[in-house]
Design a protein around this ligand. Structure first.
Ligand code: ZN
Length: 79
């Protein structure tokens, strides 16, 4: 009687071990590859800021085209 229980226990252990070894899955370390790694190199920077000036008023300088606030003349692009 006792022997049977021991045998069963051993059998269960053996089966458990076999099953465990059979179904054991290797944990695959999934290293997430950074997909957003491409950084556009050589992106042209913003073009050099142009300056605009009033032909009649040298002190009127703007960084964008427009009209002179003093005389209303369109600002000329400084080259
Ligand atoms: Zn002006």
């Amino acid at each position: 009687m006792k022997k049977t229980v021991a045998f069963r226990f051993a059998l269960a252990m053996f089966l458990g071990c076999a099953l465990a070894s059979c179904t054991r899955e290797e944990p695959k370390p999934v290293a997430p590859q950074p997909a957003t790694r491409s950084q556009p190199a050589g992106v042209p920077a913003a073009p050099a800021a142009k300056s605009y000036y009033c032909p009649m008023h040298a002190d009127v300088v703007s960084d964008k085209p427009g009209a002179c606030p003093t005389c209303g003349m369109p600002l000329a692009e400084r080259k």
